[in-house]
Write a protein that binds this ligand. Structure first.
Ligand code: NAD
Length: 469
């Protein structure tokens, strides 16, 4: 588009991007000390503004449990920064690669090099973690970073923009606004790498836009994460852990257990237990500060629609009150709900739930479960509960998913040294820890020829010398 025809926010975006690209092309890669300094500034920003950030997120949600913001966002980022500060010099060091005998005594090295400018598009559900965790990886790899946060968290987005601008040069690290048209314009910029976290639907659009620039992407997408309760599982323990993971952030978690497979004869016992744990943890008072609200009326209505559709198709809901109860609805708190008798044709089994509704699907043999999972999109996460190691290993071997936690939910994501990323419809690429550093680096192979090897023997005219090689 002609620059003069662009609205002020779009031309400001373009200008900021080109200034950053120019700065990245004209400066040497930042040394270790500069990267450590940036990470420490980010850490100080988080520490000094923890309360303001938590309040802004809560205001955007209507109510966000403060402990959830601390655990899932602030502490998570602090841990990622702490880990990176400790090991960054090792990640940055040239990596030795073995050299084949015929090239000896030459050397092979892999040199990690910043890509340049990394763009980050983030969703609303963990707005702080999902803007800054990829930024930590990108900065540690020596890149400059531009973030586009979600329009559904306007107060948080404005605060993040202000806080980053106060501590970083605009050519180094910046946050854009959330005005109309910014999202599409942002995805169309020719970044050196683009990280998108969000829905599979928008992920496809972003991948297409990036493809036009041949911009490499990391796509952290959504989908339905199945949870399997094996016949060998401790039912009460599984029910408690699933209840917690489902209701964290009121189910608005990309790796939340979406639905659960339970052996047919144990369905009602499991349903009672999981609902009992939900009540014990979050009670029956919608004003409970531990329970997070649904992000918008539109999202609340979508969840109500899923529950209504399930009931119309024969499911039974286990909850203390209906989501239409004005005491809950006025606060956008969706009552924790177990959906007993979920069937594949129900909308709740077809779209990502992203809310506090837990459908229970029954099965007779484990093969059925594996066939069901393999007939659907590859999930972002998979959870398995039980003691039967052969049954566990069969599921691990025969299903493909972004990550797995055994005998709990979510925890594979909290491991600093494990890669985070989906597969197929749940995502492309990885980040977190060294995986992020590598994703946002060009790992450049360099061959250092030795004056002493006999490569010359390969040059024409070919004769007897070739036989000596
Ligand atoms: P979304 O896809 O609606 O939006 C994500 C971001 O994309 C927002 O910043 C939005 O402004 C932007 N966007 C929208 N249209 C765009 C376009 N045409 N071009 C460029 N950008 C555009 O997702 P959401 O509702 O914010 O988040 C929920 C989804 O994110 C769920 O599906 C969830 O599973 C997924 N998610 C995945 C992860 C993960 O790590 N894999 C983490 C959190 C959330």
């Amino acid at each position: 588009m002609d620059q003069s025809l662009k609205s002020p926010p779009l031309s400001a975006l373009d200008d900021a991007f080109h200034a950053m690209i120019e700065a990245s092309r004209n400066a040497p890669p930042p040394p270790l000390a500069a990267r450590l300094d940036s990470l420490k500034r980010l850490r100080a920003m988080l520490t000094d503004n923890e309360k303001r950030l938590e309040q802004a997120i809560s205001a955007d949600f209507g109510h966000r449990c403060a402990v959830e913001t601390t655990i899932a966002e602030t502490l998570f980022l602090q841990a990622e920064i702490r880990h990176t500060l400790k090991v960054l010099s090792r990640w940055m060091a040239p990596r030795r690669i073995a050299t084949a005998l015929q090239f000896w005594p030459a050397r092979n090295r892999l040199l990690p090099q910043p890509l340049g400018v990394v763009g980050i598009i983030a969703p609303w559900n963990y707005p702080l973690q999902l803007t800054l965790a990829p930024a930590i990886g990108a900065i540690s790899a020596g890149n400059r970073v531009m973030i586009k946060p979600s329009e559904l968290t306007p107060q948080f987005s404005a605060l993040l923009k202000e806080l980053i601008a106060a501590r970083f040069d605009a050519n180094e690290f910046t946050v854009t606004g959330i005005e109309d048209g910014i999202a599409q314009a942002f995805a169309a910029l020719p970044f050196d790498h683009l990280v998108f976290t969000g829905s599979t639907r928008v992920g496809r659009i972003v991948a297409e836009a990036a493809g036009r620039n041949l911009t490499p992407v990391t796509l952290e997408l959504g989908g339905k994460s199945p949870t399997i309760v094996d016949a060998s599982a401790n039912l009460d323990e599984a029910a408690e852990r699933i209840a917690y993971a489902k209701l964290l952030n009121a189910g608005q978690t990309c790796i939340a257990p979406d639905y659960v497979f339970v052996p047919e004869q144990r369905r009602d016992e499991f349903a009672g237990k999981v609902h009992g744990h939900m009540l014990r943890m979050f009670g029956t008072n919608p004003a409970n500060k531990d329970y997070t609200a649904i992000i918008s009326d539109r999202h609340y209505a979508r969840l109500e629609g899923l529950a209504r559709d399930a009931v119309a198709r024969g499911a039974k809901l286990l909850h203390t009150t209906s989501p239409e109860d004005p005491a809950w609805k006025s606060l956008r708190k969706f009552p924790p709900t177990v959906v007993v008798g979920a069937m594949p044709e129900m909308a709740i089994m077809q779209e990502e739930i992203f809310g506090p509704l837990l459908p229970i699907v029954t099965y007779r043999d484990a093969g059925e479960v594996i066939r069901y999972i393999n007939a659907h999109d590859r999930p972002l996460a998979l959870y398995w509960f039980g003691r039967d190691e052969a049954a566990r290993d069969a599921v691990l071997a025969r299903t493909v998913s972004g990550g797995v936690t055994i005998n709990d939910c979510l925890l594979h994501f909290a491991q600093m040294n494990q890669p985070m990323g989906g597969v197929g419809a749940s995502g492309i690429g990885h980040y977190h820890g060294e995986w992020g550093f590598d994703s946002f680096s060009k790992l450049k192979p360099v061959f250092y020829r030795s004056p002493f090897n006999r490569m010359k023997d390969l040059y024409p005219p070919y004769g007897a010398s070739i036989a000596r090689i």
